[in-house]
Design a protein around this ligand. Structure first.
Ligand SMILES: [Zn+2]
Length: 360
């Protein structure tokens, strides 16, 4: 979903909303999701981490407490507890409820107002919590003391009432996806490497599966955090999202080319050029992952189409049509990388509305 204009090195999105949690069962201890012996193992490194899930779960619960001006875009999609989580929350003893409420209040005051997608401090926290997935007490984990204190107070409650279902949901999502990866991951990798003229990361792409993963449903810095229960991330859409997010690790050359070409056409309206450059690269990433998925699964409706992203104001002008017209032939190998992007930029600049001049 709408990546908001932000530096290329940062984030990269996708959408979300909290959905049902499925399954019951799985071990209660922090654990790592099973990996397959199939080729896709070398491309992805899936995790279901206790601390990453608790961190995002507390963040999600704190969002409704934010002042209205801090809510956008967090409420673009519904941020709500699943029925199972709501039921579990009702079972907390008064003491547990007070401890849980204290942790949520801390998140509301110091964490949830910050954006998971572009806040470097939150990225550092997520990175360290991911690395600490097998830690029982976060000893030695370098995160702010008050944040650690809140996580540790909430941890026994989370482990008792929520974690087994959340972990099971993460594992279920990965298990459902694995057959698709077994058959199609290698060809997706080849296609993305060719299209973005960039090799797949040398290390497998780390994917932290979580019950909540921002309003976007998934986000990527140097690793992917992806909601396993977001209705938008299920089935073939989950396959597309996984490769969309991974594309953010390969798409710098494309984005840089768009930036350069846009600048060269910016005479007279640099604000428009900046707007076009800021929007276009992420639209290309959406289009490409969707088209490659549809190519492998005939009849599949790409994520951006299914979720109406093209018409919800995330991209101005006839962006999808231009990408299809100018970038589509490149995806099919009919034209070269640079001419395709140059034409796309030129056409986008020609059709984007001019920047409104300030009134007299
Ligand atoms: Zn994205």
């Amino acid at each position: 979903m709408g990546k908001i204009a932000m530096p290329r090195s940062i984030v990269k999105v996708l959408c979300l909303m909290l959905g049902m949690l499925l399954c019951v069962g799985a071990p209660a201890a922090p654990a790592r999701a099973q990996a397959s012996a199939q080729p896709a193992t070398a491309m992805f490194d899936f995790h279901s981490g206790f601390w990453v899930n608790l961190h995002h779960f507390l963040y999600m619960q704190a969002v409704p407490q934010l002042p209205p001006k801090a809510l956008w875009p967090k409420l673009l999609s519904s941020v709500a507890m699943s029925p199972a989580d709501t039921q579990a929350l009702a079972q907390l003893s008064p003491t547990e409820r007070a401890a849980w409420r204290s942790a949520v209040d801390y998140y509301a005051s110091a964490v949830a107002g910050r954006e998971l997608l572009d806040d470097e401090g939150l990225h550092a926290v997520n990175t360290r919590l991911a690395a600490a997935e097998s830690s029982a007490d976060l000893a030695g984990v370098d995160i702010p003391a008050a944040l650690k204190d809140s996580l540790l107070k909430a941890a026994p409650i989370y482990r008792h009432y929520f974690w087994s279902r959340h972990d099971a949901a993460n594992r279920h999502w990965q298990a459902e996806l694995q057959p698709l990866l077994d058959h199609h991951a290698a060809s997706m990798r080849s296609a993305l490497e060719r299209i973005y003229q960039t090799p797949w990361p040398r290390q497998p792409v780390r994917v932290e599966l979580s019950v909540y993963a921002s309003w976007a449903g998934a986000y990527t810095w140097d690793f992917v955090t992806l909601s396993s229960v977001d209705p938008r991330n299920q089935g073939l859409s989950g396959f597309e999202i996984l490769f969309h997010e991974s594309s953010h690790l390969l798409s710098d050359k494309m984005q840089q080319t768009i930036d350069d070409d846009t600048k060269s056409l910016s005479a007279g309206d640099p604000a428009k050029a900046g707007r076009v450059a800021g929007e276009l690269w992420h639209a290309v990433v959406f289009y490409t992952a969707g088209a490659l998925t549809a190519e492998r699964f005939p009849g599949y409706v790409p994520y951006a189409d299914r979720n109406n992203l093209w018409k919800r104001g995330h991209w101005s002008g006839p962006v999808r049509g231009l990408i299809e017209q100018d970038w589509g032939p490149y995806i099919r190998g009919e034209v070269a990388f640079k001419p395709a992007l140059s034409k796309l930029v030129s056409d986008s600049m020609a059709t984007a509305p001019a920047t409104a001049k300030p009134g007299p």
